[in-house]
Design a protein around this ligand. Sequence first.
Ligand SMILES: Nc1ncnc2c1ncn2[C@@H]1O[C@H](COP(=O)(O)OP(=O)(O)OP(=O)(O)O)[C@@H](O)[C@H]1O
Ligand SMILES: [Mg+2]
Length: 248
Amino acid sequence: MSEFTIERVKTGIPGLDELIEGGFPRGDTILIAGKAGTGKSILAIQFLFKGATLYNESGVLVTLEEPPHLIRRNMLRFGMDLAQLERAGRLAIVDLSPSKEVTPVTVGEYPSFDLSGLEAIILNHVKRLNAKRVVIDTLSIMAYKFRSRDILREEFFKLCASISRAGCTLLLTSEIPAQDTGLGVFDIEAFLASGVIVLYNEKISDTSRSRSIEVLKLRGSKHSSRIHSMRITDEGIRVWPGEITPGH
Ligand SMILES: Nc1ncnc2c1ncn2[C@@H]1O[C@H](COP(=O)(O)OP(=O)(O)OP(=O)(O)O)[C@@H](O)[C@H]1O
Ligand SMILES: [Mg+2]
């Protein structure tokens, strides 16, 4: 590899690497964005599973929304056995999903909230597993805990930077709200990330929808600027690099 070549991390999503010069730039932060149910979690977890099983790269999954037992169950449908990877020390799942006992919080309740605790937990697992891949699904759920957007931006930036310094490629997922409320953190995350991948599940007729994927930005890469077909198959997510989605 020449000194001018950026090292690429294979995504484990069939068809996607061909759109992005072979994979994500190593150590970068990539945002996987899309509306509800577009496949963000599946794509991000597939990145971890394939990393561990095909590319000898262990991973850490931080889940803030779905509880681990449901993630394990749903991924097993695609033949991806996360529990087995956890037992083998190739995957760690950090469970920050809301438990039944959680009491509702109100804005401003955390005057000095920061992400250093989360950072320490993640780095600890990264060290223990010698992990090279980290997924946070989804960081934006924490946004309401911060007093201002400036603090939030600063905290998100520090967290991403320290995971990158630890040698890991980081995938963040972020929901694009159906209606833009102006309160979203998508803009901040998209700004922090060196790459943004958007997933769609658009209505193409009265009776059907079609999934597709777009590489919105990827710094340092000559990426496709088209919208490509994507499907959730029995083996997980697959992208058709040559196929352009009808309606786009
Ligand atoms: N076994 C499967 N086969 C085909 N499609 C599936 C299968 N399991 C889930 N899906 C599709 O994937 C969607 C869920 O994907 P995923 O959880 O990754 O979405 P998401 O973008 O993370 O959603 P959210 O914003 O709610 O977190 C389901 O709504 C369904 O349409
Ligand atoms: Mg999800």
